[in-house]
Design a protein around this ligand. Structure first.
Ligand code: ADP
Ligand code: MG
Length: 457
C-alpha cells in the first residue's frame, strides 16, 4: 500500500468516527508527506491544525495507521502553508525534503480527496478480511453472489442488523470487489444521511438535474443506514426515483439498515415494497466461535502473538458487537506496545480490559428505556404512558414494560406506577405476553435485540 492509499484508508476510517464538521475542519488538505523509518509524517495546512491533531487525534490516527500497517510506531505532523513555506520551527524535515515539497505534493492531496469523493470506498473493507460465521453467513453469501451477478439476481440486496455487526464492512467489500474486477464500473457508496444532505444542497443550488444525472449513471449504488430516511419524505421520494431509474436499467442497488424494511416505521410503502422485492439478509450477534475466529484472524494479520486463553477471554467478555471486540483487542495490542511486551500474560490482559469487562452493561435508567423504545417504534414517549389503546402504541408499551422488568429489574408495581399509574397485574400480563410471543416470533426477538443493543451502546 503506498502512502496515498494508506492515508486514504485512514481518512475513511476517521470519517466514519468523527462528525462531518470535525472531519472537514481538521482533516481537509492533509496527506502523508513521507515515511521516516517507523514514523509517518503527515502534512497539515496550519500550525493550529497541527496542534489540534497532535493533542486530540494522535492516538486515533496512529491506531488507524497501525491497523493497516503494524510496523508504524509513530505519527508526526508538519505544517505547510503554501508551496515552499513550510513552518520554520519544524525541525523534522531536512532542507532537501523541503525542496521536494512543492506543488506536486499539493496536487497529490487533491487527488487523494477526489478519489474519496468518487466512490467513498475504504480499501480496508474486503471479503478477504471478513470472517464468516453463522451470524453473518447468509448476508455474506448474498453479498458474494451479488459480485458475480451484478444487478441481476439479488436486486436490491438489503442487509440489516444491529450496530457494529459488519454491515458497512460487507457493503464496502462488494464495492471494492466490483472495482477490482472492472475498474471502469461506476460504484458509489454513501450513507443515507449523506445522500439526503447532497440532495438538499442540490435543491438549494438549483442543481437537481445534475444530482439526478449523477446518480442515474451509476452501476452499483450502495446506501448505508437507510433508516435515516425514516420520516424524510422528500428524500424518500427522490431516492425512490433514483432507485427505479437504476433498477429498470438492471443496475445494482445495495442497502443497509439497523432493522428490516417492515420495521422502518415512516418508510413510504412503495419504497418498502421495493426493498422487500429483492433479497433481505440479516447479520446478527456472533456466537463465541465466530468471535474467537475473528480475533484469531485479526491477531494473525497484526503480527503479534496472543495465547489461546487470552483470545478466549476476550471473545468471552466482549459479546455485544464486533466493533467492541476489535476495540478490546486493540487496547491489548496498544498495551503490549507501550510495555514493549512480546508476550503478555492473561492477568495483565484482564487488568487492561477490566474497566470495560467489569461493566458489561452501561447503567441504564427507566427514562432511557422509555426513550429508546419510543424512538425505535417511532412513537412519542408520552404516548407510552398515556391511556391510548391503539395497537401501534400498545405494543411498544408492552415491550417497554418487558424491558423495564428484564433489563432494569424493576418490580411490577414500580413499573405500573412509572407507566402512568397502571395496575401491577397489567404489567405482569404485558411481560407474560411478550415472553410467550418471543418463543415463536423471531421478528419480535430481533426487534428486542436491536433495542437492547441501543440501550447498551
Ligand atoms: P456496522 O456497519 O454493522 O455498524 P461495521 O461494518 O462498521 O459494522 O463493523 C464494525 C467493525 O467490525 C469494523 O471494523 C469491521 O471491519 C469489523 N467486522 C465486522 N464484522 C466482521 C467480520 N465478520 N470479520 C471481520 N471483521 C468484522
Ligand atoms: Mg455501518
Amino acid at each position: 500500500m503506498d502512502n496515498q492509499e494508506l492515508w486514504q484508508c485512514v481518512l475513511s476510517d476517521i470519517e466514519l468516527s468523527v462528525s462531518k464538521a470535525n472531519f472537514n475542519t481538521w482533516f481537509r488538505d492533509t496527506a502523508i508527506y513521507t515515511r521516516e523509518g517507523n514514523a509517518v509524517v503527515v502534512s497539515v495546512p496550519s500550525s493550529f491544525t497541527k496542534e489540534w491533531l497532535e493533542n486530540k487525534f494522535n492516538k486515533f490516527i496512529l491506531k488507524s495507521l497501525r491497523e493497516l500497517n503494524s510496523e508504524i510506531k509513530e505519527v508526526k505532523f508538519i505544517v505547510y502553508t503554501n508551496q515552499e513555506n513550510i513552518s520554520q520551527n519544524n525541525n523534522l524535515i531536512t532542507k532537501k525534503k523541503k525542496q521536494i515539497f512543492k506543488k506536486p505534493e499539493n496536487q497529490l492531496q487533491l487527488k487523494v480527496l477526489n478519489k474519496d469523493a468518487e466512490n467513498n470506498l475504504n480499501l480496508k473493507y474486503t471479503f478477504d478480511t471478513f470472517v464468516v460465521g453463522s451470524s453473518n453467513e447468509l448476508a455474506h453469501a448474498a453479498a458474494k453472489s451479488v459480485t458475480k451477478n451484478l444487478g441481476t439476481i439479488y436486486n436490491p440486496l438489503f442487509i440489516y442488523g444491529g450496530s457494529g455487526l459488519g454491515k458497512t464492512h460487507l457493503l464496502q467489500s462488494i464495492g471494492n470487489n466490483i472495482l477490482k474486477q472492472d475498474s471502469s464500473k461506476k460504484v458509489k457508496y454513501l450513507s443515507a444521511e449523506k445522500f439526503s444532505s447532497e440532495m438538499i444542497s442540490a435543491i438549494q443550488c438549483g442543481e437537481m438535474e445534475k444530482f439526478k444525472n449523477k446518480y442515474r449513471k451509476i452501476d452499483l449504488l450502495i446506501i448505508d443506514d437507510i433508516q435515516f430516511l425514516s420520516g424524510k419524505e422528500k428524500t424518500q421520494e427522490e431516492f425512490f426515483h433514483t432507485f427505479n431509474a437504476l433498477y429498470e436499467k438492471n443496475k445494482q442497488i445495495i442497502i443497509s439498515s439497523d432493522r428490516p424494511p417492515k420495521a422502518i416505521k415512516t418508510l413510504e410503502d412503495r419504497l418498502r415494497s421495493r426493498f422487500e422485492g429483492g433479497m433481505i439478509a440479516d447479520v446478527s450477534y456472533p456466537d463465541f466461535e465466530t468471535r474467537l475466529a475473528i480475533l484469531k484472524f485479526k491477531v494473525a494479520s497484526k503480527e503479534i502473538i496472543l495465547s489461546e486463553d487470552i483470545m478466549s477471554y476476550i471473545a468471552e467478555n466482549f459479546k455485544r458487537n464486533i466493533r467492541e471486540l476489535e476495540g478490546a483487542l486493540n487496547k491489548v495490542i496498544m498495551q503490549m506496545n507501550i510495555l514493549g511486551d512480546k508476550k503478555i500474560s492473561l492477568n495483565s490482559v484482564k487488568k487492561t480490559l477490566s474497566s470495560e469487562s467489569e461493566m458489561p452493561k452501561k447503567i441504564i435508567n427507566i427514562k432511557q428505556i422509555l426513550k429508546i423504545v419510543a424512538n425505535f417504534y417511532d412513537v412519542e414517549e408520552k404516548q407510552l404512558i398515556q391511556r391510548i389503546r391503539r395497537q401501534e402504541i400498545v405494543r411498544p408499551r408492552q415491550i417497554a414494560m418487558f424491558l423495564l422488568r428484564n433489563e432494569y429489574k424493576a418490580s411490577f408495581p414500580t413499573i405500573g406506577s412509572k407507566m402512568g399509574g397502571r395496575d401491577h397485574t397489567t404489567v405482569i400480563h404485558a411481560c407474560e405476553k411478550i415472553n410467550n410471543e418471543l418463543k415463536t416470533n423471531n421478528m419480535l426477538a430481533e426487534e428486542i435485540n436491536l433495542i437492547k443493543q441501543r440501550l447498551y451502546t
